[in-house]
Ligand binder design. Structure first.
Ligand SMILES: *[C@@H]1O[C@H](CO)[C@@H](O)[C@H](O)[C@H]1NC(C)=O
Ligand SMILES: *[C@@H]1O[C@H](CO)[C@@H](O)[C@H](O)[C@H]1NC(C)=O
Ligand SMILES: *[C@@H]1O[C@H](CO)[C@@H](O)[C@H](O)[C@H]1NC(C)=O
Ligand SMILES: *[C@@H]1O[C@H](CO)[C@@H](O)[C@H](O)[C@H]1NC(C)=O
Ligand SMILES: *[C@@H]1O[C@H](CO)[C@@H](O)[C@H](O)[C@H]1NC(C)=O
Ligand SMILES: *[C@@H]1O[C@H](CO)[C@@H](O)[C@H](O)[C@H]1NC(C)=O
Length: 490
């Protein structure tokens, strides 16, 4: 072997160099060309199933296998299935509170609900000023181009301190906010968790304001359907839209949706409120499993329930045409304990389930999420105005134990980092279910995972002494951010 690099002669080397340069240019061109890129599968979709999941292993613990988030417990006292019957949300409860002194209360301005036209515009402008106290952030926002916005995932970014938070006072919003979630009404004295804002990476996220929200939602109805974490998001939105102020003119329109307290029940299956100034309705319907439940023997109060995994809740089937925005969630009720406590019997195709794979609770959950997402997707052509979201699972943070073995979430500052850098969702079931549909993923899992300090923690007014609520969030708090992400996508 003579002459040249590894036995290649000069001519060959230059040929290889030319080929290399061409390939580089081609790859670069491919990446930069929108038409070509649009032919590629969406980024982050390919890698989201871990091998374990692809093999159909029980999925109950896919989230749980990460430290401190487990989707499943047996009898989750701190959750609300039971709460559905013994109300923890009784807003007229007498509460022994000692509101802490010295805390800063946000000065919420009166919302311009009844204003129209340019007055509303001015209010909006005024609202927009004064937000984003952080000048550097503002510059970031201005820099990002529309192209970046399209590519942007709000689920990537970081938590930054922001004095414009919270968006409403934790001492206000008594009309909508359950006392069990209003941490200002408990012994808690640290409220730094209220002062963080989510800042997406490389893209601008439109700032939530009450007037913008109402104007955009004129003559529209937004419906949350899901479990107690969905109810938290609903209460959060009510507080955000009212700024936490008393709003006597807001109408209770639950009756229009059959959301009335049944005889003997402690509370209705949901709530619906209308803002008369813009004819905007915000409602919540309790459906912990997102599937249809039907008593097997209607005359027997202790009857088992057929849990039709492949049928959306009857409420959703009936009222979907009334909705303009739908936000679904489920997650924390998919475990044996809850199934037993609720006397749920899985049904598929209208008959008791015999499929052994689906009989596994984790697979049943996946099957149901797929079913409801695909059902909603199938309805979209009939309701072109409807925009549907599936909100990913809200993480739990029980450290050094679980909900019933002394697990705690006592930190007063976030202990799991500040930033989300990953492309894939931390909720593979939800993100898998929306693939190929027009249902939008409202991905809050990884974001909220960083906020272990924001739970009710030891200040739960209902839980057994020694037990902490590391599932639900203090309000104002993390669910407000879920609504900011939602608003930015409306
Ligand atoms: C969930 O269900 C869908 C549809 O049946 C299936 O394609 C997917 O593989 C399942 N995913 C898991 C994690 O089991
Ligand atoms: C709910 O509030 C009402 C009115 O104050 C009270 O009579 C009732 O006992 C409360 N229910 C529960 C479960 O605390
Ligand atoms: C709240 O803002 C209003 C109007 O700007 C002002 O008059 C009032 O003094 C403020 N209240 C507090 C507690 O800062
Ligand atoms: C309110 O909005 C609904 C559509 O969501 C419309 O049918 C109704 O006429 C509106 N009512 C008023 C008073 O504008
Ligand atoms: C809302 O509904 C009312 C009554 O139907 C109608 O007059 C008005 O134009 C609607 N507004 C919007 C923004 O759709
Ligand atoms: C339904 O429940 C009632 C009351 O418990 C009982 O009398 C009846 O036999 C049950 N019907 C069936 C079909 O099981």
């Amino acid at each position: 072997m003579k002459g040249g690099f590894y036995g290649l002669r000069g001519k060959q080397i230059s040929l290889i160099l030319v080929a290399l340069v061409c390939t580089t240019v081609l790859i670069w061109g491919w990446e930069k060309t929108p038409i070509l890129t649009s032919l590629l599968p969406p980024q982050g979709r390919l890698s989201q199933f871990s091998p374990e999941i692809l093999m159909g292993a029980p999925t109950v613990n896919t989230i749980a296998s990460k430290p401190h988030i487990s989707a499943v417990t047996d009898k989750e006292v701190v959750d609300e299935v039971e709460g559905h019957h013994f109300d923890a949300g009784n807003q007229s409860d007498p509460i022994q509170i000692s509101p802490e002194t010295g805390k800063t209360e946000t000065n919420v301005t009166t919302a311009p609900f009844v204003k129209k036209g340019d007055i509303l515009e001015k209010e909006i402008e005024k609202e927009q000023k004064g937000k984003h106290s952080d000048a550097a952030d503002r510059m970031d926002l201005e820099k990002s181009s529309p192209a970046e916005d399209r590519a942007c995932s709000y689920a990537k970014g970081k938590w930054v301190p922001d004095d414009s938070r919270p968006l409403y006072s934790g001492l206000g919003c008594k009309q909508w906010l359950s006392s069990m979630w209003a941490c200002h009404l408990t012994q808690r004295t640290d409220f730094a968790y209220e002062k963080l804002r989510w800042k997406p990476k490389n893209c601008a996220m439109e700032e939530f304001t009450r007037s913008k929200f109402l104007r955009r939602m004129q003559n529209k109805t937004i419906a949350f359907v899901g479990d107690s974490l969905g109810r938290q998001q609903f209460q959060s939105l009510m507080c955000m839209v009212t700024g936490g102020e008393e709003m006597p003119d807001v109408l209770d329109v639950g009756r229009e949706y059959g959301l009335v307290k049944a005889r003997g029940a402690i509370r209705p299956d949901g709530w619906a409120y209308r803002f008369p100034s813009t004819n905007t309705t915000i409602l919540y319907y309790w459906s912990a499993s997102l599937c249809d439940l039907e008593p097997l023997n209607i005359t027997n109060p202790a009857s088992d329930y057929a849990m039709h995994l492949d049928r959306p809740p009857a409420f959703l089937q009936r009222f979907l045409p009334n909705f303009d925005i739908l936000v679904l969630n489920t997650g924390h009720h998919w475990n044996r304990g809850k199934f037993q406590a609720n006397r749920w019997v899985m049904h598929v195709g209208g008959v008791p389930n015999t499929n052994r794979k689906i009989a596994d609770v984790g697979n049943a959950k996946n099957f149901t999420i797929y079913s409801v997402v695909h059902w909603v997707n199938s309805q979209l052509p009939k309701h072109p105005g409807l925009k549907a979201f599936f909100r990913t699972i809200s993480p739990r943070h029980f450290f050094n134990g679980d909900w019933n073995t002394g697990g705690t979430c006592d930190n007063t500052t976030p202990s799991e980092g500040k930033e989300v850098l990953q492309d894939e969702s931390s909720d593979p079931l939800a993100s898998g279910a929306v693939i190929g549909t027009e249902v939008t993923l409202l991905d809050i899992t990884a974001i909220s995972q960083l906020r272990d300090e924001g739970h009710i923690s030891r200040y739960s007014i209902r839980a057994t002494p020694g037990m902490q609520d590391c599932l639900h969030w203090c309000l104002p708090g993390v669910p407000d951010t879920w609504n900011e992400l939602l608003f930015a996508q409306l």
